[in-house]
Design a binder for this molecule. Sequence first.
Ligand code: NAI
Length: 470
Amino acid sequence: MVVGELTQEVDLLVIGGGPGGYVAAIAAADAGIQTAVVEEAKVPGGVCLREGCIPSKALLHVAKIIEDADHAKNFGITFSPPQTDIDKLRNWKNGIIRKLSGGVKTLLAGRKVDYIKGRAEFESSRIVRIEGDEPTRIKFRHCIIATGSQAKNLPESILPRELCWDAADALEIEEVPKRLLVIGGGYIGLEIGQVYATLGSEVTVVEALEGILNGLDPDLAKPLVAKLRKQMKAIHTSATFKGAKKKGAAIEATFAVKGKDMTETFDRILVSVGRRPNTNGLGLENTKVSVDDLGFIRVDDQRRTTEKRIFAIGDVAGNPMLAHKAMREGKVVADVIAGKPAEFDPACIPAVVYTDPEVAWCGLTESEAKAQGLDFHVTKFPWVASGKAVSMSRTDGLTKMIFDRKTQRLIGLGIVGVHAGDLIAEGVLAMEMAAVAEDLSSSIHPHPATSETIAEAAEAMFGKAIHGAH
Ligand code: NAI
């Protein structure tokens, strides 16, 4: 393909090189479809790789090492207090991003996917104009919009932008503020809040809802909240952020907690109040693509928009805004364009909060099963009864399962504990395979491993787990 102002043609144009876009492009190229990706950033990987999932996991790994080293004093191993070389930490984190984004670039190049740096805007339902180093127009047979989402801000009148960080700013890790206010106790607020608390910031979380993580199952929330309360200065729920203003070098912030106003001083404010889809400035008005009231692009089960040549995947195509959901959608759309019968119809989409302890769930929660009026049975296996958890001195965990009472099929799994995010995949597979309680309880799980808690919780469906309390 020759780049220039002339109109060129591609079979598939993918707009956005994040986890949805680059996976779709690779899968399409593997299916023999001539594919190009247009991306504003120099490197592919999207927010997830550059300023989201990957850097936050790197920093959470550091936080866990600090915590584990401190915890070791309980069994007779004492380390000196950690010293943080913030520049070295940032360089290490940036090196991870470079390595992974370079890897994605190599994967794309290996499939002969064109990587075009620039900003795409639809001129029509067949043509995209790209503003970049060399402006160009591309005529496509099919197009996938995978433009992701951006952090929501609070109104400038309440919180001037220059006083606050969004997740990307916080993950730059330029400084460790002495006092950090986190607005929003969701995924980002708690993950990044925990990183900074471990690095030495005094962290206060203000969350509008009654509980953290948007109504997370209280059984799963308990061990995490207990840990966060030890690490942070305060977690205020049912709290309304009212405003902040500069006061000397610091920031004075006011929030109401259960109706009572509190004014406190901070050095930095992290705003993590959700994200919104990136549809502005895409020229969608020049196509038949339609957008819902929340700004998400309307798609069908094949992720086709209301314009038949154009598909949308990932954050821009609706909740949950999770990289692994976008990746699966990307593969589905590549199959659809390749002419295969494919739909996005997962049995469940796992969610993981990578705090320590991690929280992960898939399928229905207990309250969702109740709200749907289902006849279900809940089993729980606390990690105090897990040999592996006791050996690691990490019994702050719980495995909770929801079974359909009649069919005994697994309909929900929630886990809180170390590496819960790795364990949850068993529940996802079980639900995809329509596994029943006995499939899980009689499959031999390695001993000792925290995955045994899944088999034990399944066993509890029939009365008692072998290692369960009487
Ligand atoms: P979120 O939706 O998880 O949490 C936002 C929280 O802010 C909610 O609990 C909400 O009640 C609260 N809130 C909203 N306005 C408020 C206000 N004015 N005052 C106080 N609280 C307020 O959104 P978050 O944490 O910004 O993350 C955005 C998205 O990014 C997530 O929904 C998730 O899809 C994705 N993400 C996923 C991660 C993972 O998979 N581990 C990690 C980080 C982000």
